[in-house]
Write a protein that binds this ligand. Structure first.
Ligand code: DQA
Length: 158
């Protein structure tokens, strides 16, 4: 049963997010991806979750990792697909085929930016979206995963 596996949360970061800290700091802040992921690891530990974090600039890697998440029955995926959010039917289809919940996150608030960022191909198949809070978006997504787990446990107890 899924609930009995180790409580692994997979965090996937897409194109250009490896450049955080140097990349458009006025939009994305000055913190590096490693620094944000370190904070996320600390929070995961406090929440009793085991975190794995990955980044790739290649769409196919993200598709493979989404399939892997499902095969392993991880608790949830937190996904910042970067610009692929707005273009990738392949990511959308991969997520649609998973039973693992995927939480879409963004540092910035794409809805308040250029029109081409207003559509997310992922949003319709995501469990939920957290965007616009900078690095905090990832931390809030992790809190959501923990809260969903608690809710499930309460419901299962009856
Ligand atoms: C982003 C928003 C996307 O529109 C952009 O292409 C990114 C980063 C964010 O985290 O704010 O690469 O996903």
């Amino acid at each position: 049963m899924r609930g009995s596996t180790a409580r692994i949360v997979l965090v996937l970061n897409g194109p250009n997010l490896n450049r955080l800290g140097r990349r458009e700091p006025a939009v994305y802040g000055t913190e590096t991806l490693d620094a944000i992921m370190d904070r996320l690891h600390a929070r995961a530990q406090a929440l009793g979750l085991s975190l794995e974090t990955r980044q790739s600039n290649h769409e196919g890697h993200l598709v493979d990792w989404l399939h892997e998440a499902d095969d392993r029955g991880v608790e949830a995926v937190i996904l910042n697909a970067g610009a692929l959010t707005h273009t990738s039917v392949a990511l959308r289809d991969a997520i649609a085929g998973l039973s693992v919940p995927v939480i879409e996150v963004h540092l910035s608030n794409p809805a308040a930016r250029e029109a081409f960022r207003h559509r997310s191909r992922i949003a319709p198949v995501a469990r939920g979206i957290i965007q616009g809070f900078g690095a905090l978006s990832y931390l809030l997504a992790l809190d959501a995963v923990a809260a969903m787990g608690q809710e499930r446990a309460t419901t299962e107890k009856g």
